[in-house]
Each structure stands twice: as C-alpha cells, then as structure tokens.
Design a protein around this ligand. Structure first.
Ligand code: HEC
Length: 236
C-alpha cells in the first residue's frame, strides 16, 4: 500500500463504501406485512388501515414501527421525533390531504439538483408497508402528551409491579381481578386522552400498549409494567 494511502487511512480520510452509501442510497429494507389484509387498491386516497378501535390498525402500527425504524428513522428520527435532517412526520395531518402528500413522497422520494435526498420506496416496499408505516407515524403522541398523566401512570405501573410480584409469590389475592379490571379501565381512559401530533383519533402511547397487553396473565402484568417503565422514562 502506498504511503499516501496509509497516511490518509490513518487520518480517516478514506471514505469507505458503507459511509458513501450511508445516506440517500441505502436499499429499502423489506417489511413483513403478511399479517395485514391485502389491498384492492395499493394507493387509495386515505389510509385504509386507519380505524381508531380496530385490531387491524393496531397490527398496522406494530408492523409500521419496525418498517419505520428500518427505513425512515435514520433521516426522520427515532420515534418520529425529527432531529432536523428531514421534516418531522408527526404533524402530517391524519386525513386525505396528509395522506396524499405522504404517498407522493413515499412513492417518488425526493431529489434536488440530481441528488437523492429521500429514496423512492413505493415500488420496493409496496402499499401495505407504506400504510403500515403511515399508521405508526400518524399515531405518535404529540410532544409532552404524556406529561399530565406521567405521575398517575407511574403509580399504576408500581401497582401492576406489586401484583406481578404477588402472583409470583402465590400470595392471597382476593380482589385481584376487580382491582386489575379497574386499573385496566383507568389505563384505557388515559390512553384515549393522549393526543396524537397528526390529529389522528388515537395515539399509540405506553398507556394504549399496556392496555392491549394486559390480559390478566402473570406475563402480561410483567410486560405491561415494563412497557410503562420504558415509556415513562422515554417521555421524561
Ligand atoms: C435519506 C434520508 C431519508 C429517508 C431514509 C427517508 N426520508 Fe422522507 N424525507 C427526507 C427529506 C430530506 C425530506 C424533505 C423533502 C422535501 O424538502 O420536500 C423528506 C420528506 C418526507 C415526507 C414529506 C414530509 C413533509 O412534511 O413535507 C414524507 C411523508 C416522508 N419523507 C416520508 C418518509 C418515509 C415514510 C420514509 C421511510 C419509508 C422516509 N421518508 C425515508 C429524507 C428521507
């Protein structure tokens, strides 16, 4: 190897291939959308999975979260909170107008003076992945959306943790089911009040996730406790 090249490498001046590709040109990562219903029309006017109480919406959000993290987060930010590199997608309105613009960018990407600023994803990922990611993006909670509920959610978390412990120890749990039902109801009430950034009717928050997993089984108590712990620390 020539001395010049060695020196340049030592100084970190040789840009490796991965670095060159690290931005606009990374190949889209496939998204497994098998669990979602097929679409007659891949690019309808509005998000076909948008349905505030639906199981399909919940599934779309879950699949969309992983699709987003693999394909969009590096530019649009983790949890869809933009670091300034690309627009903050949380505020794209959850209606046909927001959807139209979403599809336009998703399908075509964006180039400026021949430079790809955002790759086109439409053909490679398809409509199901697009709308799953859209469902995830539009249900992000607004900035500070958890603030007013954080104290109470923390208490509920502690309570669930104690119950999980009691189940494990085989303690007496006379009122277990009633108490759990009322915690679940309260979590559900909170989940419904957490506002999304996009105006979508529901926000995918630690509260809504905890409700969805709380089926009363010991594992579900532990999982809901963890979900609230992680969600609350991220919101701080
Ligand atoms: C390589 C960086 C990059 C990646 C990866 C990327 N984007 Fe973008 N995106 C941008 C940039 C830059 C813009 C701003 C383009 C413009 O000026 O209109 C943008 C704009 C958008 C817009 C329009 C937002 C608005 O408010 O105007 C949407 C919607 C969007 N991107 C969705 C996505 C989705 C969904 C993904 C993942 C599937 C994704 N982007 C991946 C860089 C990226």
């Amino acid at each position: 190897m020539g001395t010049l090249l060695k020196t340049m490498m030592a100084l970190g001046l040789v840009v490796t291939t991965t670095q060159v590709l690290a931005h606009g040109d990374v190949a889209p990562q496939p998204v497994d959308t098998a669990a979602l219903p097929d679409l007659d029309d891949e690019w309808p006017e509005e998000n076909p999975y948008r349905d505030a109480d639906g199981e399909v919406y919940a599934k779309a959000i879950e699949i969309g979260a992983s699709g987003y993290n693999q394909n969009c987060a590096r530019c649009h930010g983790l949890e869809v909170v933009s670091g300034g590199l690309a627009p903050d997608l949380r505020y794209l309105s959850a209606d046909w107008e927001g959807d139209e613009w979403y599809v336009e960018r998703f399908v075509n990407g964006y180039s400026q003076n021949g430079v790809t600023k955002m790759p086109a994803f439409g053909e490679l990922l398809g409509g199901k992945a697009a709308w799953a990611i859209r469902s995830y993006v539009e249900t992000r909670p607004d900035d500070g959306a958890l603030d007013e509920f954080a104290d109470r959610l923390g208490e509920i978390r502690d309570d669930l943790d104690k119950k999980a412990q009691a189940v494990e120890d085989g303690s007496d749990m006379a009122d277990f089911e009633t108490e759990l039902a009322s915690l679940r109801e309260e979590l559900d009430e909170i989940a419904k009040q957490v506002p999304s950034g996009s105006g979508a009717e529901m926000a995918d928050s630690p509260a809504s996730r905890a409700v969805a997993m709380l089926d009363g089984s010991p594992e579900s108590l532990t999982k809901a406790t963890e979900t609230l712990t992680v969600g609350l620390s991220a919101a701080e």
